[in-house]
Write a protein that binds this ligand. Structure first.
Ligand code: DSN
Length: 450
C-alpha cells in the first residue's frame, strides 16, 4: 500500500484531516486541560488503539465468535477481561461497550422493562444524562424518580434516598455521578436497594482510576452491576466496561452483543487491555494519589482567594466553583478561560438559579494536568490564573498575557514528545519549541491562530 514511500500517509491521503489532527494536537500540547472527564493516554495505549485490530470483525466473545480469524483478537480481549476483573475484584467483566452510556444501556435492558421505575441522581445535582434525563433514551423508556443533594450539605441525602425508595419501590437504583465531588456511600446504597428489593447499579465512570488504586471506596461488593468508562481517571481509550457477579454474566454479555451492539471495536479493546495493564503497575497508584493532591492544592488556593467551592471541598479528582458572588455565568467563565488557554466546562451547581445553557458554576478536574507531570506548585499557578481571569472579565490584555504564560508552562510539561513524526507531526509542533525525537523531514508549516 506504499506505506514505505510516505513520511506520513495521513498527510498525503487527506491533508484536511491531517491538519485538523495536527491542530488538535497543538491545542493539547499548548493548553491546560481541566476537564474532569479527559486525560492523555500513554503512547502504548495510543498505538494499540490506532492498530490494525480496527480491521477485524469479531462479533461474539473469546472462543465464541461469529467470524473466523479471531485468534489474536481473542488474546487482546481476554487480557482486557482478566485485568479488569483483577483490578476491581469483580467476578465478571464485559469490555465491549463502546462508551459509558452503552454500558448503562446494556444493564438497563438486561434487567428492566419499559415503564419500570428507576431512581438516580438528578442531572441538575451532578447526575448523568444516561441516568434518566428526560431527553435520553433512559428518561424516555423508564419512570424515573430522581434523588438529589441536600441544600445544607450539597451532598447526597441518604435519608431522602431511602424515603423515596420505600415510597416508589424502584426496580433499579442507580448511583454514581458526573459532577459530584464527594465519596458516595455505596454500602448504604446497597442496604437501601436490598431493603426495597431493587437492583443496584453503580456508575463509576469518573472515579474508576481512584477505585483501581484503592483511593476511593469501591462499589463492587455492594452493587449488582458496576459500569465505568476507561478514558477518564483510568487513562485508557474512549470506551466503557461492565463488571458484575458471575451469576449475571450471561445476561450482561448477551445484552451487550447482540442486544445493543454489533462488532466490538477491537482496536479500542486492545487499548483498554494496555491501559488496564498500566493500572496494575505501582506508579498508577502514585499517579492517582497525585491527582487527589493536585485537586486539593488547586481548590484550597481558590478558596483562599475567596471562591466558594460546592460542598466546601472534594474527596475525588474534581470540584465545582460557585460563580454567583462574581455575578458571572459558567458559560462566560468557560469562554474567557478558553481565551487564556485554560479548558474546562460550565456546570450546574446544586439548586442552580441559571439554566444548563448558562449555569452558575464551572467544573474543574486534575487527571489530565497530573498526567503531564504537574504538581502542587503548578496547581497554585493555575489557580492564580483562574482567579485573575474570573475577576477581570473586561481585561482582554490580561487573558492574552496569561495565554502566553500558559503556553510556556505547557511546554515544560509536554505530551507525546518521544514518539515518531507520525504521531507528533511537525505541523503540530511548529512554534512550540518542541522537536520530535525522530523528525520525518520536510519543512514545518507555520501554525496560524487555531
Ligand atoms: N461527558 C462526561 C463528563 O464530562 O463527565 C460524562 O459522560
Amino acid at each position: 500500500m506504499g506505506l514505505e514511500a510516505m513520511a506520513n500517509p495521513l498527510q498525503v491521503v487527506d491533508p484536511e484531516v491531517y491538519e485538523a489532527v495536527c491542530r488538535d494536537l497543538h491545542r493539547q500540547l499548548t493548553r491546560i486541560d481541566l476537564i474532569a472527564a479527559e486525560n492523555y493516554v500513554s503512547a502504548a495505549v495510543l498505538i494499540a488503539t490506532g492498530s490494525v485490530m480496527t480491521n477485524k470483525y469479531a462479533e461474539g466473545y473469546p472462543a465464541a465468535r461469529y467470524y473466523g480469524g479471531c485468534e489474536w483478537i481473542d488474546v487482546a480481549e481476554r487480557l482486557a477481561i482478566e485485568r479488569a476483573k483483577q483490578i476491581f475484584g469483580a467476578q465478571h467483566a464485559n469490555v465491549q461497550p463502546h462508551c459509558g452510556t452503552q454500558a448503562n444501556m446494556a444493564v438497563y435492558f438486561a434487567i428492566l422493562k419499559p415503564g419500570d421505575t428507576i431512581m438516580a441522581l438528578d442531572l441538575a445535582h451532578g447526575g448523568h444524562l444516561s441516568h434518566g434525563a428526560p431527553k435520553s433514551f433512559c428518561g424516555a423508556l423508564y419512570n424515573v424518580v430522581p434523588y438529589g443533594v441536600s441544600r445544607e450539605t450539597e451532598s447526597i441525602d441518604m435519608d431522602q434516598v431511602r424515603d423515596l425508595a420505600v415510597k416508589h419501590r424502584p426496580r433499579l437504583i442507580v448511583t454514581g455521578a458526573s459532577s459530584y465531588p464527594r465519596f458516595i456511600d455505596f454500602a448504604r446504597f446497597g442496604e437501601v436497594a436490598r431493603e426495597v428489593g431493587a437492583w443496584l447499579m453503580a456508575d463509576v465512570a469518573h472515579p474508576a482510576g481512584l477505585i483501581a488504586a484503592g483511593l476511593h471506596p469501591t462499589p463492587v461488593p455492594h452493587a449488582d452491576f458496576v459500569t465505568a468508562t476507561t478514558h477518564k481517571t483510568m487513562r485508557g481509550p474512549r470506551g466503557g466496561i461492565i463488571l458484575c457477579k458471575g451469576e449475571h454474566a450471561a445476561k450482561i454479555d448477551s445484552q451487550v452483543f447482540p442486544g445493543i451492539q454489533g462488532g466490538p471495536m477491537m482496536h479500542t479493546i486492545a487499548g483498554k487491555a494496555v491501559a488496564l495493564k498500566e493500572a496494575l503497575e505501582p506508579d498508577f497508584a502514585e499517579y492517582q494519589a497525585q491527582i487527589l493532591a493536585n485537586c486539593q492544592a488547586m481548590l484550597r488556593e481558590l478558596q483562599d482567594r475567596g471562591h466558594r467551592i460546592v460542598t466546601g471541598g472534594s474527596d475525588n479528582h474534581l470540584f465545582l466553583v460557585d460563580l454567583r458572588s462574581l455575578g458571572m455565568a459558567g458559560r462566560l467563565a468557560c469562554q474567557l478561560l478558553d481565551e487564556a488557554g485554560i479548558t474546562l466546562n460550565q456546570n450546574l451547581i446544586p439548586f442552580d438559579p441559571r439554566s444548563a445553557r448558562e449555569t452558575s458554576g464551572i467544573r474543574i478536574g486534575t487527571p489530565a494536568v497530573t498526567t503531564r507531570g504537574m504538581r502542587e506548585p503548578e496547581m497554585h499557578l493555575i489557580a492564580d490564573w483562574l482567579d485573575r481571569v474570573l475577576r477581570r472579565p473586561d481585561d482582554a490584555g490580561l487573558r492574552a498575557r496569561i495565554r502566553a504564560e500558559v503556553e510556556d508552562l505547557c511546554l515544560q510539561f509536554p505530551i507525546y514528545t518521544g514518539l515518531s513524526g507520525t504521531f507528533v507531526p511537525e505541523l503540530a509542533l511548529a512554534g512550540t519549541g518542541i522537536l520530535p525525537v525522530r523528525p520525518t523531514g520536510g519543512t514545518p508549516v507555520p501554525l496560524g491562530p487555531d
